[in-house]
Write a protein that binds this ligand. Structure first.
Ligand SMILES: [Zn+2]
Length: 378
């Protein structure tokens, strides 16, 4: 795993002395921030902590998921993911994970006996019914992702607030024997409380249904049925969809504008500078059983994943929505790949779109990529 730079691995073990040993690690680089500071939006010195952009926040989530995918692929489990053992670079989204002495072959129990931290541990570990494993890691990962996007804990709602102090018995009930997700569609006993849990109440409606459904699956069904929890390669696809489909970037001020396709008539209004625009057209690409829909707004990217049939490459950019230099009201999809695309206009005229060329954005225009077809819709 030394080939995995996202993990801050021990460099040397010290010699055993009286039955114990220590290890030497690199210090956390100064440009990485701890998770509690990110959640509180300020560090211990009171300095404001904010991701450089929405894209950077999603990149951090993807990097975290990728780190766990690499770990689990090697048959290891982490066992103690919590807010104290990873760090994020808020300018780039890079992630560092440390405290790796808890990493063990999946199924083994860590000799240190660490089960995890309350609120992050899977309920079957809290109740003592199961040992840490890849599936319990999946629960902890979903908790971290929920906290990252909604700045709140998935199990802290009305039921949690009811009692003024947390006893061990109560903790066992809320996190172990009867955990209830704050947005469980079938159980509203633990909904977030107005005036107390304002972050999650404000943020939950901003996100698209497919993303919220992933947490409902993880925490409503997956709480008691570990096999229903979302594994890393599914999270990758969900997060990539979020990056590509959930928002556009304001042309005037660079802030994210979240899309609500159910409310297209209202158009788009930037919450930062107030600029208005009509709701963007989108490119729908059918890939396998799923249709990906990328809003065609300046700076939005297509990735190899969108344009090559068998690709799982979410990183390499193959297209970008650009504005015509001489006439900014004319938009096109620039071909940033090395392959020529083909386009077919609604009247049936076919044309090649070479590398560096652009497809004008108009309703009904078809684009034929590397084995995948897209169509621009209103
Ligand atoms: Zn703006």
């Amino acid at each position: 795993m030394a080939d995995c730079p996202m993990f801050l691995w021990p460099k040397f073990l010290t010699e055993e002395q009286d039955g114990s040993f220590g290890y030497v690690m690199d210090l956390r680089p100064p440009d990485y921030t701890d998770f509690p500071a990110i959640l509180n939006r300020k560090d211990r010195k009171g300095q404001r902590v904010e991701f450089a952009s929405t894209e950077t926040m999603i990149a951090a989530a993807l990097n975290l998921v990728n780190a766990f995918r690499a770990l689990h692929r090697k048959g290891l489990s982490y066992q103690d993911l919590n807010d104290g053992n990873f760090f994020i670079n808020i300018d780039t989204g890079a992630v560092l994970i440390c405290d790796n002495d808890n990493v063990t072959p999946d199924g083994d129990v860590n000799s240190g006996g660490i089960g995890g931290k309350p609120g992050y541990m899977a309920p079957e570990i809290v109740t003592g019914k199961a040992q840490p494993s890849e599936r319990t890691d999946c629960h902890s990962l979903a908790v971290v992702l929920f906290k990252l996007f909604f700045r709140h804990s998935p199990l802290q709602g009305a039921a949690y607030e009811k009692l003024p102090c947390m006893t061990e018995k109560r903790e066992m009930e809320l996190f172990g024997t009867n955990p209830v997700f704050v947005y469980d569609p079938d159980d509203d006993t633990n909904r977030p409380v107005n005036g107390v849990h304002n972050n999650v109440i404000k943020l939950w409606p901003l996100f698209p249904a497919f993303f919220k459904d992933a947490f409902v699956l993880s925490f409503a069904q997956g709480m008691k049925a570990p096999q229903r929890r979302i594994v890393e390669n599914e999270w990758q696809k969900i997060l990539v969809r979020l990056r590509d489909e959930w928002y556009v970037t304001c042309v005037s001020c660079g802030r994210a504008i979240f899309l609500h396709p159910e409310n297209k008539e209202a158009g788009l209004r930037c919450g930062g500078c107030g600029s208005q625009s009509t709701y963007p057209r989108s490119l729908s690409i059918k890939k396998g059983a799923l249709v990906y829909t990328v809003p065609l707004f300046p700076a939005k990217k297509l990735y190899d994943w969108h344009t090559t049939e068998s690709s799982e490459d979410f990183i390499t950019i193959t297209g970008e929505v650009v504005m015509n230099k001489n006439n900014p009201s004319l938009w096109g999809i620039k071909n940033c790949s090395n392959e020529a695309w083909r386009m077919v206009t609604p009247d049936g005229t076919a044309k090649e779109v070479p590398a560096e060329g652009a497809v004008p954005i108009g309703a009904g225009v078809k684009v034929i990529f590397n084995g995948l077809d897209g169509i621009i819709t209103q």
